[in-house]
Ligand binder design. Structure first.
Ligand SMILES: [Zn+2]
Ligand SMILES: [Zn+2]
Length: 261
């Protein structure tokens, strides 16, 4: 990376305990690597609130607030009003991550769909973009989004791991696809094909740290935003483009999508 390039990490969990004692160092290494803007994502009311607090201390940091499908079954009466209150905070630029996870199915499927729909409504009311977590539930996720009918709200499918056919259904709707370190793994041919296939105009990048450390840092835990450079390099290689071209396009996409910077 040269001095003029910058990257946005559009999906981090920097509010988690993994970084409690190390965050300043993690952010310094990130800036040195040219990664100077971060989205801190919420999976619960607590993580969303913690992310918002971090944003107040760190320039370049913005928050997503939302209830992850894993947490859908744990929400008690009043959760939606609490979330609505959080999404009104200055640095909250998205609702997320929300969606369906039928792979782990930690929450009852009916409840997952209900909590997903309620948060989509909230995004519509607040005019905030949506970050989707979708695992083994693509048909239902898309059906719920189609039913929602809000073409004016930007949507991204994060940590994409599917092949080009499913990607096409997302692209057809004008949504974005966000790639993690998955595309750097040798055994991930299918998602690498997707990365080659998806137009650069609809791509964003993320580490999803502390999870998903990319090659060649795969054994380094926790993952951190500086490592997004390896994801950008892999995407450049897959697309036959330069790292500069990848950085410029994905940074512009991210800034427009979230309305930041
Ligand atoms: Zn996720
Ligand atoms: Zn996440």
């Amino acid at each position: 990376m040269n001095d003029t390039m910058s990257l946005v990490d559009t999906h981090t969990h920097l509010a988690l305990n993994e970084y409690a004692d190390t965050l300043d160092d993690v952010l310094n290494r990130s800036r040195q690597a040219g990664v100077d803007t971060w989205m801190v994502i919420g999976t619960s009311l607590d993580e969303s609130a913690a992310g918002i607090e971090l944003c107040k201390k760190h320039p370049g940091m913005y928050a997503g607030a939302g209830i992850h499908p894993h947490e859908a079954g744990k929400q008690e009466k009043g959760w939606l009003e609490k979330l609505r209150h959080l999404t009104g905070e200055d640095r909250v630029m998205a609702i997320g991550e929300i969606g369906l996870d039928y792979y782990y199915e930690f929450s009852d499927r009916y409840r997952q769909r209900q909590v997903f729909r309620q948060q989509l409504e909230l995004a519509g009311q607040m005019g905030l973009p949506v970050i989707i977590h979708c695992r083994s539930a693509m048909d239902e996720c898309l059906a719920i989004l189609d039913e929602w009918q809000r073409d004016d709200i930007p949507v991204v499918f994060h940590c994409f791991g599917e092949g080009p056919d499913l990607a096409q259904q997302i692209l057809d709707r004008g949504y974005f696809i966000s790639f993690t370190g998955l595309i750097t793994f040798d055994n991930a041919r299918q998602v690498q094909k997707t990365a080659q296939y998806v137009p650069l105009e609809q791509i964003m990048l993320e580490t999803d740290c502390p999870y998903m450390s990319p090659h060649p840092k795969r054994n380094v835990k926790p993952n951190e935003p500086a490592f997004i450079v390896h994801i950008a390099e892999k995407l450049a290689q897959l697309k036959g483009l330069t790292l500069e071209e990848i950085a410029q396009a994905t940074t512009q996409n991210s800034r427009l999508f979230f309305g930041i910077g």
